[in-house]
Design a protein around this ligand. Structure first.
Ligand code: ZN
Length: 297
């Protein structure tokens, strides 16, 4: 062992002894920096200039990691007439054609304010997804292929329905299904609202049970199982269109985001700002999802 290697080992040991921190390829600070970059574009309402700029930025960041990308632009009828959406898709090839799809929406709820950050909803999940993309690209190739999907138009304008909300995920799920790819999908992991300082992931009951078990097992392995539980009911989120198209899907969401437990008063309000998030929460979610993914290999 040469001097530099010895020094590295010593540094790791000191880190472990002093802080209890563990080596992780996922870097929560980088995930926060990615979150901040996206949240710098306000607002990101689907169909608006902000969402388009956000899509171009996310595409550029994936490309900079050496990932092959496409911006899939499509139009759909909505309560506000025909609107254009942009899904940003990156493919990380695997040794087989088995596929894991990782999803975060990047649009913000419309009509909140002209400088609405949407720091937790949708900044945090997009920051974690970009950092996961970096780690998977660097550590691969894995057995499975990965589809990194930043989807547009998750938020509804009026009320969720076939023409309002979940536009990007519904479009992508149909594309995968129509191409005959649904049977190759091992897991769809949707991230949404994962940055709250007071992290309590509450998995909606309409997530695919097998994947919930995999997620909880990964959390258990990393010693953070108490921060992951089953939520009180179903949630209509981006995981649902994939399930309808025959793919197993889990929604990793903390749907208790407010000034006190149960209030949820930061959600879809101007209070959804960066100061409500923590690197630690992004780190925890990134670590657990990475562990879950690697357990599939
Ligand atoms: Zn939302």
């Amino acid at each position: 062992m040469d001097y530099w290697k010895t020094s590295l080992v010593c540094c790791s040991l000191i880190c472990l002894m002093l802080t209890g921190c563990k080596e992780s390829p996922f870097d929560g600070a980088k995930a926060m920096a990615e979150t901040e970059a996206l949240v710098g574009i306000v607002p990101r309402d689907a169909g608006g200039g902000g969402a388009r700029r956000a899509a171009v930025m996310l595409d550029g960041k994936l490309k900079a990691l050496g990932i092959k990308t496409t911006i899939d632009t499509f139009s759909e009828e909505t309560p506000n007439g025909k609107m254009f959406f942009n899904n940003v898709l990156g493919r990380i090839p695997g040794k087989t054609k088995r596929l894991i799809v990782l999803v975060s929406h990047f649009d913000t709820k419309s009509g909140i304010s002209k400088d609405f950050q949407g720091a937790n909803d949708s900044g945090s999940s997009s920051g974690v997804l970009m950092e996961l993309a970096r780690v998977l690209q660097e550590r691969g190739p894995y057995e499975t292929e990965f589809l990194i999907a930043f989807v547009d138009g998750e938020e509804c304008r009026t009320q969720y329905g076939p023409h309002d909300g979940l536009h990007g995920s519904r479009h992508l799920a149909k594309q995968i299904y129509d191409a005959g790819g649904a049977k190759m999908v091992e897991a769809v992991v949707v991230l949404d609202m994962v940055g709250d300082k007071d992290l309590n992931i509450s998995i909606p009951q309409n997530s695919t049970r097998k994947l919930v078990k995999e997620l909880f097992f990964a959390a258990h392995e990393l010693g953070v199982r108490p921060q992951f539980r089953i939520g009180p009911g179903n949630i209509l989120d981006d995981h649902v269109p994939f399930q309808i198209a025959g793919m197993p899907a889990v929604d990793v969401i903390d749907f208790d985001y407010g000034s006190a437990s149960g209030k949820n008063d930061y959600w879809h309000t101007a209070s959804d700002t960066l100061d409500k998030l923590s690197i630690k929460s992004l780190q925890t979610v990134g670590d657990v999802v990475l562990k879950m993914i690697e357990n599939f290999q």
